[in-house]
Design a protein around this ligand. Structure first.
Ligand code: CDP
Ligand code: MG
Length: 142
C-alpha cells in the first residue's frame, strides 16, 4: 500500500527553452499523476537560492542559482500514489549520463547542471517546496 502524496516539480529554464514543457508534463500525466497546481514564473537569483537553500554549501550553488533564474520555469504540484518516488523515477538520475533510458533526463537533458526537471526528493522536501511556490488556495486537490 502506498500513500497519496503531493510533490513539487519544476520544468527548469532549459526545458522551457527547448519547448519540452508538454513532453515533461505529458510523461507525468501518462504515469497517472494528477496536476493539482501549475504556473509559469521567472525566479530572481535570491528566489532560486531560497528554493535550493539545502545546497548552500555546495560548490555548484552559485551556478545553480544563476541557471534557475536564467529564464522562466513551470512549477507544478503533482498528486498521486507514491508521487514523490514515482516522479523521481520518471525524471531519472541527476546526471543524464547515468539516467535510465526512457527517463526525462536520459531523453532530454544535456548535463548534470542543466537537467530539465526538478522533483522533491522526500516528504520533508515536498513540505518545504510546495508552499514555497503555492498557497493552499492555488492547489486544487481531488
Ligand atoms: O535535482 P536532483 O534532486 O536530482 O539533484 P540535487 O543533488 O538535489 O541537485 C540539485 C540540482 O543542482 C541538480 O538538479 C542540478 O541542476 C544541480 N547540480 C549541479 O549543477 N551540479 C552537481 N554536481 C549536482 C547538481
Ligand atoms: Mg534534489
Amino acid at each position: 500500500m502506498t500513500a497519496i502524496q503531493r510533490t513539487l516539480s519544476i520544468v527548469k529554464p532549459d526545458g522551457v527553452q527547448k519547448r519540452v514543457i508538454g513532453d515533461v508534463i505529458g510523461r507525468f500525466e501518462k504515469a497517472g499523476l494528477r496536476i493539482v497546481a501549475m504556473k509559469m514564473i521567472h525566479m530572481s537569483s535570491s528566489d532560486a537560492g531560497g528554493f535550493y537553500v539545502v545546497h548552500r554549501e555546495r560548490p555548484f550553488y552559485g551556478e545553480l542559482r544563476e541557471y534557475m533564474s536564467s529564464g522562466p520555469v513551470v512549477v507544478l504540484v503533482l498528486e498521486g500514489h507514491d508521487a514523490i518516488a514515482l516522479t523521481r523515477r520518471i525524471m531519472g538520475a541527476t546526471d543524464p549520463a547515468h539516467a535510465d533510458p526512457g527517463t526525462i533526463r536520459a531523453d532530454l537533458a544535456e548535463s548534470i547542471e542543466r537537467n530539465i526537471v526538478h522533483g522533491s526528493d522526500s516528504v520533508e522536501s515536498a513540505a518545504y517546496e510546495i508552499p514555497f511556490f503555492f498557497s493552499a488556495m492555488e492547489i486544487h486537490g481531488g
